[in-house]
Design a protein around this ligand. Structure first.
Ligand SMILES: Cc1ncc(COP(=O)(O)O)c(C=O)c1O
Length: 351
């Protein structure tokens, strides 16, 4: 660190992203990307005409892509804002709706970025433990008068809560913002988008990184009532009004319109997940009930770190969290059937 870093950031521990090896062809099951290419419509849309337009700034209102997202979810354009990945949307949310008098509450086991944003913006974090079985108790969040952020389904557990629980949390905290991070909802969860029409304190955040094959394009969005979206746009226009580049805007619009490809690829992931779970269980793994494109699994006798290292040595990359309550587990992204067979073959060698 330099001697110039502001006091506010002295104790900040940045987020550690999963490994992104650029030099070795791993079976890559560590960062919950899609194993499939983007939709053929996306590849068609990214043509040389648009590349030559890169000399011009992108549309700061992201009109066409915002409309495509709004149409898909049956809301209006004024209810949608786009971010450079949903990480950026989450950053805007922490900045807009928390401060020193408004703490943020989230589960002890969840997406690691929540803690980082709280620290970055100097917000008090109220960390609420999940139950022993990794389920979330909605009552813990009722009437707490804090900004609330919940990943549903959760990461890295893969487990989901019901829409009834979300409604209970939103309606018992009417003067605070409740954020539902639905990065993985397309693989078996229930989206709370409809509830944003009824609850003016509810924000749903989603991403194109997992179920729409665009992790590298960086595109996420929030759906909420108009006033909350206006606030998020205030932060966006005060940070980077051209936060979505031209190619990503086109890619996102084409991806969300290609519903057939979306349905086909998510069905394949759900099918490969069922196969992986049953094969892991045959090999003495316990697997939490996943509604996502990954599974969280622990072996009866071999620890998470040993398995992670053994798999890496055999060319398979998965995610291991060296943290209490998590260190028995591996988080394994669901890929193609061939990738899952490669994982199972590597596990058979190790076990
Ligand atoms: C729960 C959750 N939320 C948000 C994100 C961020 O996704 P992105 O910034 O790629 O949209 C991730 C990424 O892994 C995630 O796991």
């Amino acid at each position: 660190m330099s001697r110039f870093l502001s006091d506010r950031l002295l104790s900040l521990t940045p987020y550690t992203p999963g490994e992104q090896p650029q030099d070795f062809n791993y079976v890559k099951l560590n960062t919950n990307e899609s194993p499939f290419e983007p939709s053929p419509e996306v590849i068609k849309a990214l043509n040389s005409d648009e590349v030559s337009l890169l000399r011009l700034y992108s549309d700061p209102e992201c009109k066409k892509t915002v409309k495509a997202v709004a149409d898909y979810y049956g809301v209006e354009s004024k209810n949608v804002v786009l971010g450079n990945g949903s990480d950026e949307i989450l950053s805007f949310i922490f900045e807009a709706f928390c401060d020193k008098d408004t703490p943020v509450a989230f589960p002890d086991i969840s997406y690691g970025f929540y803690e980082v944003f709280a620290s970055l913006y100097g917000i008090k974090a109220h960390v609420i433990p999940l139950k022993e079985d990794y389920s979330l108790c909605a009552d813990d969040y009722c009437g707490i008068n804090e900004t609330i952020v919940i990943a549903n389904p959760n990461a890295p557990t893969g487990m989901a809560i019901s829409l009834a629980d979300i409604e209970k949390i939103a309606s018992t905290n009417p003067d605070n913002v409740v954020v539902i991070d639905e990065a993985y909802v397309d693989f078996g969860g229930e989206s709370a988008v409809e509830l944003t029409k009824k609850h003016d304190n509810l924000i749903v955040v989603q991403t194109f990184s997992k179920s729409r094959q665009l992790a590298g394009a960086r595109l996420g969005f929030a759906v909420a009532n108009e006033a909350l979206i206006t606030d998020l746009n205030t932060v966006r226009f005060s940070t980077n009004p051209y936060n979505i580049n031209r190619l990503t805007l086109l890619a996102g619009e084409a991806a969300i319109k290609d519903t057939a490809y979306f349905e086909k690829t998510r069905a394949l992931i759900i099918e490969n997940r069922a196969y992986t779970v049953s094969e892991l269980e045959k090999r003495n793994f316990t697997v939490l009930d996943s509604k996502t494109n990954f599974v969280f699994a622990s072996h009866k006798t071999i620890g998470g770190e040993e398995l992670y290292k053994g798999l890496k040595a055999n060319g398979v990359l998965v995610r291991f969290f060296n943290k209490q309550r998590l260190d028995k587990y591996l988080r394994i992204t669901i890929g193609t059937r061939e990738q899952m067979d490669a994982l199972l073959a590597a596990l058979d060698k190790i076990i």
